[in-house]
Design a protein around this ligand. Sequence first.
Ligand code: PRP
Length: 211
Amino acid sequence: MNVPIDLQSDVAAVLVSEDQIQAKVRELGARISADYAGRQLTLVSVLKGALPFMADLMRAISLPVRIDLMEVSSYGGATTESSGLVRILKDLKGSIADEDVLLVEDIIDTGLTLNYLVRYLRGKNPASLRICTLLDKPARRLVEITVDYTGFTIDDQFVVGYGLDYGEFYRNLRYVGVLRPEVYASAAGAGDEAAEAADVASDGAIPAGSE
Ligand code: PRP
């Protein structure tokens, strides 16, 4: 049975407010613009979660930027955590050879997605490759990742909003919030499919007790 979604009341607490996000985006945009002064930049983002961050960040950068988008999916559940296998659903449209590339992510969790993407993009011979993420959840890291620009470092909580989903919803919230445990607990109790949906909620966080 589908439990009705209530965008606001399904969120237990606002973790990063809209104002905090927008201030951080401006700060990151200014830092990036200064660091790459006199150059042009290619922003590569990963659908779907990074969409709002990418859209805001690109407008906070004062350099000439090109953008490209990829979409990847992990090879399901627990196996993914150990194997780190990632499937490319949508590849880059253009070449990034000899370009300064900034990979823009919404969240780094285990780091497996980014670890794969960095190796993949390096293989395309960019002049440089750096990483910018809005959120970093280091408690969940399985592989070491060097992040060049981080918006907010957060605890291991189940977060939604500003691109991050649970069961594909909540991405349109203007802030990042902590999802009420009852929301994913009810899905986990509703059958295999729902439980899997709870496990692969798009912020990459696995609800406590399900690992
Ligand atoms: C999220 C996020 C990162 C990845 C991070 O994407 O956008 O790409 O998970 O997790 P990791 O560090 O454990 O690899 P997701 O696969 O949920 O897809 P979505 O962006 O379409 O929601």
